[in-house]
Design a protein around this ligand. Structure first.
Ligand code: PLP
Length: 420
């Protein structure tokens, strides 16, 4: 029998994908340059040259790699010199190649004082796989189990949580900072809470939680762990870790809270979303950390992931610490924020990621997004991110496209102004 829930997920595309498809139709009708597609978080900046060079070198059997090494020692080079085509395209260990995991742990220790080893790193097909694997590993399929998410949030979280048979519990934001409302957070934790998902820098608001907020979240959880006498895990979802445009410290969660897991992805930092590569880091200081790691391996196995894409695994040691030219996003954010604010829109100032969160000009954000379509503007209603009354603009597009769209945003603003 067909699984009704799965059929529904397949039939009902996410609001983001729905808009993306509508955009294709509009582009056919009006021409590519006359449609302003801000729907999808698909990086517009090419990956850094070192990524392609590394792949080419690996495929040519690693002949010229010695000059391009970023963060690991000669042992790796010697190993990689011996890689054959069947190695590069073959299965790796289920948790990922050991030397690749060594390189990641060395990089995390050096950069974030992460105090980890390769035994706590598991390579994944991007952050989405990292999340489904981690959620299944940290819950027991008990329908009463609860996973807390902070609104507004990446819409797929609810799909992934339900897939682990758990219940998503939504915490309201503070509408000034778009950090979580900590009172609401405290009230929503129950004896059934297993996991809390944090995402900073945030999709869709661009908020970067400051250190004090992370400390406050952790303190609340530590108190609740004592009260309920069981671990409550944090999954910190960090595909935008390097996309920060302000002079603020990035709080590395495993340094603040023992029962934590990080899901990381190279999709955004290296502009590689189609290559499906990332990793899970289990905090080695978590209660039963070795068992958590085993559960992660088991979860990946049961979900049929087999191993992360091998060619991209082998490229990671050479590209750790590199990013695409993120100054382009910083520049886009400034132009877009300044121009929309000048028109009269209320825009949340982003500290990172590549999204602007903007107050809808009418109460119904879906209606607003539909009206924007009449101006060939593709912007995502906030309902799908768990709150009402806003829209999300993905500004990982060209500066030219942003500038060309401003008159349309102005016309849209005037339309609503004249309605009142
Ligand atoms: N988490 C968040 C917050 C995201 O915004 C995305 C993608 O947009 C993902 C996870 C999934 O990323 P990946 O491409 O690495 O699976």
């Amino acid at each position: 029998m067909i699984n009704v829930e799965m059929r529904q997920y397949g039939k009902e595309r996410s609001a983001i994908r729905e808009l993306f498809e509508k955009g294709k139709v509009l582009k056919e009708k009006y021409g590519e340059s006359n449609v302003f597609d801000f729907s999808l978080g698909n990086p517009s900046i090419p990956c850094p040259e070192i990524v392609n060079n590394t792949l080419i070198n690996l495929l040519k059997n690693a002949k010229n790699l010695d000059n391009n090494i970023s963060s690991f020692d000669a042992n790796y080079i010697n190993k990689y010199r011996k890689l054959s085509s069947t190695d590069l395209h073959g299965y790796s260990s289920a948790q990922g190649d050991k030397l690749v995991r060594d390189a990641i742990s060395a990089y995390l220790n050096k950069t974030y004082d992460a105090d980890t080893t390769s035994d706590f790193i598991y390579l994944t097909s991007g952050a989405a796989a990292g999340l489904t694997i981690s959620l299944k590993a940290l819950t027991n399929g008990n329908v009463n189990e609860e996973v807390i998410v902070f609104a507004p949030f990446f819409p797929e979280y609810t799909v992934f949580i339900k897939n682990a048979n758990a219940k998503p519990i939504i915490v309201e934001p503070d509408y000034e900072t778009f950090y979580p409302d900590l009172n609401d957070f405290k009230n929503k934790i129950t004896k059934n809470t297993s996991v809390v998902i944090i995402n900073s820098p945030n999709n869709p608001t661009g908020a970067l939680y400051n250190e004090q907020t992370i400390i406050d979240i952790c303190n609340i959880l530590k108190e609740k762990e004592r009260e309920y006498n069981h671990p409550i895990y944090i999954i910190s979802d960090e595909p935008y870790r390097e996309l920060i445009y302000v002079d603020k410290k990035y709080p590395f969660i495993t340094n603040y809270y023992n029962n934590s897991i990080i899901t990381y992805s190279f999709s955004k930092s290296l502009s590689l979303p189609g290559e499906r590569i990332g990793y899970i880091l289990v905090n080695k200081n978590a209660t039963d950390a070795i068992d958590i790691y085993s559960a992660v391996c088991g979860s990946g196995r049961s979900l049929g992931y087999v191993c992360a894409p091998t060619l991209f695994q082998y490229s990671i040691p050479y590209v750790l610490g590199f990013t695409s030219d993120t100054s382009v996003y910083k520049n886009n954010a400034k132009i877009f924020y300044d121009e929309l604010t000048k028109i009269g829109y209320k825009v949340i100032k982003p500290d990172g990621a590549f999204y602007l969160f903007v107050k809808s000009l009418c109460d119904d954000d879906k209606e607003f997004s539909n009206k924007a379509l009449e101006y060939n503007l593709l912007i995502v209603p906030s309902e799908s991110f768990g709150i009402k009354g806003y829209i999300r603009i993905a500004y990982c597009v060209s500066e030219k496209q942003i500038k060309a769209s401003i008159p349309k945003f102005n016309e849209l603003y005037q339309y609503y102004k004249n309605c009142k």
